[in-house]
Ligand binder design. Structure first.
Ligand SMILES: [Zn+2]
Ligand SMILES: [Zn+2]
Length: 178
């Protein structure tokens, strides 16, 4: 069977008993992520901890990368750090590897290697924000003229007025047309 993912692989021959740590780093584009869901604009770095007890191996991965998002308010692309994590447990057989949990299909195997690419892909997609904002106080686009209000003001009348501006609004209206 041809391996689906040949990235983020670990060769398990000679994995010693106890804990091993390693860092896997590859270009985000190697993950072949669905671009409508997630765009990674950096390397994806995975700090991997493997614990081997006999044939049983527990893997824990801490993922970090930079992703490009589109702000939900102003529609400008921006970059932000992303952090995610995954766990997997598997068992080394005589000639193969098996997942301890049958439900867990997030790791792929060759004869002596394992690829964590499916786990990494899944974990990264799970932490994509539903409503990304370029910054907390992004002012967004003017509902009327479409101007990005982070860069400039516009003279469109505002539909909803922040209560803090009511005093100024009343002042301006009182002084209009004199
Ligand atoms: Zn924004
Ligand atoms: Zn406007």
């Amino acid at each position: 069977m041809a391996p689906l993912d040949q990235v983020f692989t670990v060769d398990l021959r000679g994995l010693t008993e106890g804990r091993s740590r390693m860092v896997l780093s590859e270009s985000g584009s190697n993950l072949k992520l669905p671009e409508d869901q997630l765009v990674i604009s950096s390397d994806v770095v995975v700090e991997l901890t493997l614990d081997r007890t006999g044939s049983l191996i527990t893997a824990k991965g801490d993922i970090s990368a930079i992703q490009t998002l589109v702000c939900a308010r102003c529609l400008e692309p921006f970059e932000c750090d992303v952090a995610a994590a995954f766990n997997a447990v598997f068992r080394m057989g005589q000639n193969d590897l098996q997942l301890e949990d049958e439900e867990d299909t997030l790791v792929e195997f060759g004869n002596n290697w394992v690829s964590f690419a499916p786990s990494i892909r899944e974990s990264l997609i799970l932490v994509v924000p539903i409503k990304p904002l370029c910054r907390e106080d992004c002012r967004g686009l003017c509902q009327r003229c479409g101007k990005n209000l982070n860069y400039s003001h516009c003279d469109c009348p505002q539909e909803t007025v922040d209560p803090r501006w009511n005093a100024l609004k009343t002042f301006l209206e009182d002084n209009r047309g004199e």
